[in-house]
Design a binder for this molecule. Structure first.
Ligand SMILES: Cc1ncc(COP(=O)(O)O)c(C=O)c1O
Length: 427
């Protein structure tokens, strides 16, 4: 008699289980991370290392097809295909439905400026001229919008609370029919605080405004989902997401189409072309796609059979990094550090493993110097968030100390850091 459920016989006895986070394999995938040992890289918010396939993809592009796209010959068509495939990869990373909503360029700052220049052209005579900016943002997502005051923009500030976070209750009263845009970070690059973007979009859209998200700091750490967040524009830097120096912008097709074009030539006035100002760096786009492939491979390794390996990777990274955060908070609180942002272990999903702190017993610059000598790469200063530094009551010149971790950092590195920290604290 034929089996009524033939497919069932092929199933393993138990469904594939999610594997523990493979930290040793992850570290081994990043040549610079292992080469740097025993140096501990806690400066990842400034730029992350790349896995080897990224180098190979950049290399292959330069050595095998470094020609202009759009030609009628096979080598040029290979470049077209590579760029198209990279748009598909980035769209999957962002959970965007349309790869043509993905635009490639130099970096996040130039994209923010590009969109602000376009949006600025729509302000004259419009009843919607208000732009909401936040106190947690990197200056890149502030200065470009402040520049629009010359075109009649009216800037409104969404203030930070004592807890180092933005609260939706403070945003709601700032919004009305005069609001054109809310420009906001998905997470603070100085404190690691995460913004409730779906909540921001709900409030902004309720008054007919748009949401521009700076996901530069957030994107290497957790799932980015432009559909769930319901934002209108989102920008990332490839070099923070384990790729080369490049940036990408996603924009809702209707939003991009509605913006005035930058180009007065014969280039199609449709996304993504209207936003891509000239030739971008193709080899770095190839490298970015390879970085996302690395993440998808990690997702498959951790969750065999996952329908969306990229999402599986970012969920696993977020969970792993919450463990790192817990350990790091323990280390910092044991030496009287003043840690800004979320410190409650029950609220770790509201922070990334980026720690902005000060020490009552050491100046930021001297401490970071001493740590460099001891084999730990950290950073001190304003983190290009000078308004946030002022709001925290810190001096611009001194700023704060930042330890920014990512998924290739290990619990052991934190333990070694904690040991040195305690030794320095004891004097
Ligand atoms: C949150 C945030 N936004 C924007 C930027 C600027 O990015 P880019 O260097 O790609 O212009 C940075 C860079 O550190 C950042 O951390």
């Amino acid at each position: 008699m034929p089996d009524a459920f033939p497919a069932a016989a092929a199933l393993p006895a138990t469904p594939p289980q999610a594997q523990a986070f493979p930290i040793d394999a992850v570290r081994a995938a990043f040549p610079a991370v292992t080469r740097a040992e025993p140096l501990v890289l806690f400066d990842n918010a400034a730029g992350a290392q790349v896995p080897k396939p990224v180098f190979e993809a950049v290399n292959a592009h330069l050595l095998e097809r470094n020609v202009q796209r759009g030609g009628r010959y096979a080598m040029s068509q290979e470049v077209d295909a590579m760029v198209a495939a990279a748009r598909v990869r980035v769209a999957a990373f962002l959970n965007a439905t349309d790869p043509d909503e993905v635009c490639f360029g130099m970096n996040a700052t130039s994209f923010i400026r590009l969109i602000s220049l376009a949006l600025g052209q729509t302000l004259a005579g419009s009843p919607r001229r208000r732009i909401v900016l936040t106190e947690i943002d990197h200056e890149a997502n502030i200065a470009a919008w402040l520049a629009l005051e010359a075109q009649g923009a009216e800037i409104v500030w969404w203030r930070l609370r004592e807890d180092g976070r933005l609260h939706l209750e403070d945003l709601a009263p700032l919004l009305d029919a005069r609001t054109r845009l809310v420009a906001c970070a998905a997470a603070s690059n100085a404190l690691g605080s995460v913004t409730d973007l779906a909540g921001v979009a709900r409030l902004a859209h309720a008054v007919g405004a748009e949401l521009f998200v700076d996901a530069v700091h957030y994107a290497p750490h957790a799932v980015v989902d432009v559909q769930a967040w319901d934002c209108d524009y989102l920008v990332c830097s490839g070099y923070k997401i384990f790729g080369p120096h490049m940036g990408f912008l996603w924009g809702r097709r209707a939003a991009l189409e509605a913006l005035p074009t930058f180009r007065e030539d014969f280039i199609p006035d449709t996304p993504p072309f209207k936003v891509e100002a000239g030739t971008f760096i193709y080899e770095n786009v190839a490298g970015m796609a390879a970085a996302l492939d690395y993440l998808a491979d990690l997702g498959t390794r951790i969750s065999p059979g996952a329908a969306d390996p990229l999402r599986a990777a970012m969920e696993a990274i977020a969970a792993y990094e919450r463990g790192l955060s817990m350990r790091m908070l323990d280390a910092l609180t044991s030496v009287e550090a003043r840690v800004f942002g979320v410190t409650d272990p029950g609220e770790l999903d509201a922070r990334l493993p980026t720690f902005g702190f000060t020490l009552p017993w050491a100046e930021p610059a001297r401490f970071v110097e001493a740590m460099a000598t001891a084999g730990f790469a950290l950073r001190d200063g304003h983190m290009y968030a000078p308004r946030l530094i002022a709001r925290l009551g810190l001096a611009f010149e001194a700023g704060l100390i930042r330890a920014s971790l990512c998924h290739y950092n290990s619990p052991d590195e934190i333990d070694r850091f904690a040991e040195v920290l305690r030794r320095m604290h004891r004097g």
